[in-house]
Ligand binder design. Structure first.
Ligand code: ACO
Length: 323
């Protein structure tokens, strides 16, 4: 059977680092409060000339280089983002043009922080359906443009960045020993809209709007939703938490990551954590964390890797991959 195998990963970050202490003159907060409640110590903030398209392009180029491929080898680009350069055309198409690709097709996918797991699942279905052989899956965000910089309960949590990987059709035997995407599970429930949303948009206010969040409410639902969807993925694949080599969760809050890993029985040393360095980069957080753990040699071919995310909507999902 066809399996969607990861060929290479890459990432890109804005030039400017913003430390927790940099907020102290802007809103009433402290490095200690932010670090204790979230695990975040710094985040990267895009300059005017750094956009979702430029960061996504840089991450895509790094993933192509890591895979030993060129844009000519790619059939499809799926970009997970909630912060497109423009309302339309899709930023994926802009990245396609920036890469010099005049063939194939490209589209954006919007599932907020779950965007990358939605995009991976979609790319896997295109590959297994035979509609694409190689797919660039990118998560790129400039959430700093959506923040209300006077709201201390949200502005300290988010950052900008991009991560990407190349998925390629490979041969498998249909067992969990195969390399590639082995299982995935997606969920959404629009009844939670008011807990995490942006208060603007083209069809309502005609503005971009600002991110609004009831942090405590999001926290309350997060662990249960994350563990449900992961258990569904385990059941699909016929594995348990003990079989995992690496857990690469959405990087929103260290306390949510720790509580989810604990509930699932995943050992601390198997959890990839980058929230301290990047803050919450929404759809970019999982591919950024992945590319760091691949680059530093933690994730190796043959490892069993679980990706997970939860975000606005609510949306949530998990993807299991044999690296
Ligand atoms: N600095 C100092 N104090 C603050 C700050 C801040 N930056 N932000 C809020 N506070 C205050 C509040 O005003 C409140 O004060 P009060 O008690 O006088 O009213 C107090 O701190 C406690 O506020 P809570 O919201 O109850 O704090 P909590 O412990 O829940 O931590 C946090 C807040 C960090 C936002 C937490 O709820 C959280 O992480 N929630 C999940 C958020 C999340 O992960 N969102 C993203 C997931 S989806 C996506 O990625 C898009």
């Amino acid at each position: 059977m066809i399996r969607s195998v990861v060929r290479g990963t890459g990432s890109a970050l804005p030039r400017r680092i913003m430390k927790n202490a940099d907020f102290e003159g802007m809103v009433e907060t402290s490095d200690e409060w932010i670090a204790q409640r979230t695990g975040i110590r710094q985040r990267y903030i895009a300059a005017d000339d750094e956009t979702t398209a430029s960061l996504g392009e840089a991450a895509a180029r790094a993933a192509l280089k890591n895979a030993g491929l060129t844009p000519d080898d790619i059939d499809l680009i799926v970009l997970a983002t909630s912060t497109p350069n423009n309302t339309f055309p899709a930023t994926a198409v802009e990245i396609q043009q920036r890469l010099g690709m005049r063939h194939g097709f490209a589209f954006d996918m919007q599932a907020v922080c779950s965007g990358f797991v939605y995009a991976m699942t979609t790319a896997d279905l295109y590959i297994r359906g035979g509609a694409a052989r190689r797919v660039l899956v990118i998560g790129s965000e400039t959430f700093s443009r959506l923040l209300d910089w006077t709201d201390r309960s949200t502005c300290v949590l988010f950052g900008d960045g991009a991560g990407a990987l190349v998925l390629e059709a490979g041969e498998g035997q249909g067992t969990i020993a195969d390399r590639g995407v082995l299982a995935s599970s997606l969920r959404s429930d629009g009844s939670h809209r008011e807990k995490l949303y942006v208060d603007g948009g083209p069809s309502t206010t005609g503005t971009v709007g600002h991110l609004r969040m009831e942090g405590r409410e999001v926290f309350k639902h997060a662990v249960g939703m994350i563990t449900d969807v992961i258990e569904a993925t385990f059941t699909q694949a016929g594995i348990t938490a003990d079989d995992l080599d690496w857990f690469v969760p959405h990087q929103a809050n260290k306390r949510i990551i720790d509580a989810s890993a604990k509930k699932l029985g995943i050992a601390d040393e198997k959890v990839v954590v980058t929230v301290d360095l990047h803050g919450n980069t929404s759809a970019a957080s999982v591919p950024l964390a992945l590319s760091i753990a691949v680059a530093d040699g933690r994730i190796k071919p043959g490892d069993l890797v679980l990706l997970e995310a939860m975000g606005g909507g609510f949306t949530w999902g998990a993807v299991l991959i044999r690296w």
